[in-house]
Structure formats: structure tokens, C-alpha cells
Design a protein around this ligand. Structure first.
Ligand code: LAC
Length: 310
């Protein structure tokens, strides 16, 4: 198992280290355009193996050739959000970067699985899918796992219980229109609505929607990376170990939920073939229209990129 991480910034480097520590890959290659940074970070991580006790080879490089024959390629390259910037503001700049990165990695790996993290993630997943020509099962966006992690964290803190006992789901695009599904949220099987009044739940849902910007506002120059990296590695581990995990991920819908030809976050089964199944759950009418609204925003933004593919 060889995993390449494109982008040696905070998300890329944190994810690379977690992958190395978890030992489900033989080799992790960290690639970045900045000279010395991927080499230095990779060597530093590799040396930590003597203390953290892993033998995963970690290599840093500025050359896409070193990504050759990767099984999984994690793309984190691009600009991060600054205060006052929406994920969509990043659209044009990052789309051009993702187009270039995708065509470079596809020169050296024939049938990789691409996991996209760069924002706006649903749209960047579309760019990678379009440029790579890979089947839709092999181009997956990370959004829902992170949003669900934040939602669970806020619930656990409010109820003063373990995060481990919460099962929850956030659907839709990884943007302000995301759809935390309250009816599918439970604590050890107990519906959340039996444990918290609706106005409190509404507050947690709202905080989840703004979870990314809450961190951006603290950091000022940069966005979240610990929870994004942890969420990404959960997806990659499910694929690498063929775990068949059910996780909310961004995938190209073709009719499910009444949405056609748009990348959107929904529950999927993740295994060695990437997305092995899209699960369609019953949604209330307001949840369904919220999901549609979120997908419409993604679709509109994707259409703005036509000139990129001319
Ligand atoms: C977030 C950004 C990275 O949600 O999208 O934190």
C-alpha cells in the first residue's frame, strides 16, 4: 500500500503522520511545490518512527514522479480560507491548482483512489473526477466526516457524555448549507430528540454549520487541520483496510436523493474499491429540500468552472 499526500501544509502533514503511525501503508510520500518543506517534514516524521514505533517509510519530494504507482492519493494542495472568506471564494484559484495536481498525479498512477480535501471540497472533487477520468467510485471528497465529528463533539460536550456513544450524520455539500440530520442522530441508540430540547439541538446544528469558520476566526491565517486530518485518515484507513465503513462522503450522485450528476455528501460504504455503495435514507421534506439546496449551490459553482476545461 502506497499513499501519496499532495500538499505538505498543516492538513497534509498532519494526515501523513497519522497514516504513518497507523501502519496500514508501507510508504507515505509527501509532495509539495515548496523546496525542502516536504523533504524536511517527511524526514522528521520518519525519524519519529523510532519513538512512536512504526516502520512506515515516509518520503518527501517536489517531484510527482515519486508518487508513481500510488494506491491512494490524498489531495490537500491549495489556498486555505482566511477570515471573511467563504469556501466558495477559494473556488477559482484552487480549481486551477487541483486541475494541475490531478493531471500530474495521473501521469504516474494508473488507477489510484483520489481523496480530496482541498476546498471548496465538493467542487474540487468534481474537478479531480473530470480531469482524472477515473470512475466516480474512485474520486471521493472529505466533508461529511469532519462536519459529523464537529456535530458529535458539540453534542457530547452539551450532554457531558463520551463522543464515542454518538451516532450522527451530516449530509450535503461541505458548506454553510450542509444538512445535519437530527432524526438520524442518537446516543447509544436513544434519539437525540429525547435527550435535548429542540432549541438546544438547533443551536448545535447551527454551530456545526459554522464549525469551519469558528476555527478560522481563531487562527486568523489558516483554517482547521487536526479534525480535518483525523477525518481524512478515517476515510483512507477504511479504504486501505477494506473496512466497509459507512461514512458520509462526497460522491457523484446519479439519481439518488433525486439529485443528478452533482457531487454531494451522502452516506457511502468505503472499502478497497473506494465507494462501494451509496446509501439512500429516508429524509423529511425539509431535509430533502435542504439537501437539494446544498446540491444546487455545488452545481452552480461547478458550472462556473467551464472555462477551466476549455
Ligand atoms: C473546515 C474547512 C477546512 O471546515 O473547510 O474547517
Amino acid at each position: 500500500m502506497k499513499i501519496t499526500v499532495i500538499g505538505a501544509g498543516n492538513v497534509g502533514a498532519t494526515a501523513a503522520l497519522k497514516i504513518a503511525e497507523k501502519q496500514f501503508a508501507n510508504e507515505v510520500v509527501l509532495i509539495d511545490v515548496v523546496e525542502g518543506i516536504p523533504q524536511g517534514k517527511a524526514l522528521d516524521m520518519y525519524e519519529s518512527g523510532a519513538v512512536s514505533l512504526f516502520d512506515t517509510r515516509v518520503i518527501g519530494s517536489n517531484d510527482y514522479k515519486d508518487s508513481a504507482d500510488s494506491d491512494i492519493i490524498l489531495i490537500t494542495a491549495g489556498l486555505a480560507r482566511k477570515p471573511g472568506m467563504t469556501r466558495e471564494d477559494l473556488l477559482m484559484k484552487n480549481a486551477a491548482i487541483i486541475k494541475e495536481v490531478t493531471s500530474q498525479v495521473m501521469k504516474y498512477s494508473t488507477n489510484p483512489i483520489i481523496v480530496m480535501v482541498s476546498n471548496p471540497v465538493d467542487i474540487m472533487t468534481y474537478v479531480a473526477h473530470r480531469v482524472s477520468g477515473l470512475p466516480k467510485e474512485r474520486v471521493i471528497g472529505m466533508g461529511g466526516v469532519l462536519d459529523t465529528a464537529r456535530y458529535k463533539n458539540f453534542i457530547a460536550e452539551t450532554l457531558n457524555i463520551s463522543m464515542q456513544d454518538i451516532s450522527a450524520l451530516v449530509l450535503g455539500g461541505h458548506g454553510d448549507a450542509m444538512v445535519p440530520v437530527v432524526n438520524y442522530t442518537n446516543v447509544a441508540g436513544i434519539p437525540l430528540t429525547e435527550l435535548l430540547p429542540l432549541d438546544i439541538i438547533d443551536g448545535l446544528v447551527e454551530r456545526t454549520r459554522n464549525g469551519g469558520i469558528e476555527i478560522v476566526n481563531y487562527l486568523k491565517s489558516g483554517s482547521a487541520y487536526y479534525a480535518p486530518a483525523a477525518s481524512t485518515v478515517e476515510m483512507i484507513e477504511a479504504i486501505a483496510r477494506d473496512r466497509k465503513r459507512i461514512l458520509p462522503c462526497t460522491t457523484l450522485l446519479d439519481g439518488q436523493y433525486g439529485i443528478n450528476n452533482v457531487f454531494c455528501g451522502v452516506p457511502v460504504k468505503l472499502g478497497k474499491n473506494g465507494i462501494e455503495q451509496v446509501l439512500e435514507i429516508n429524509l423529511s421534506a425539509p431535509e430533502r429540500s435542504a439537501l437539494q439546496r446544498s446540491a444546487d449551490i455545488v452545481e452552480k459553482n461547478c458550472k462556473m468552472l467551464e472555462s477551466l476545461f476549455a
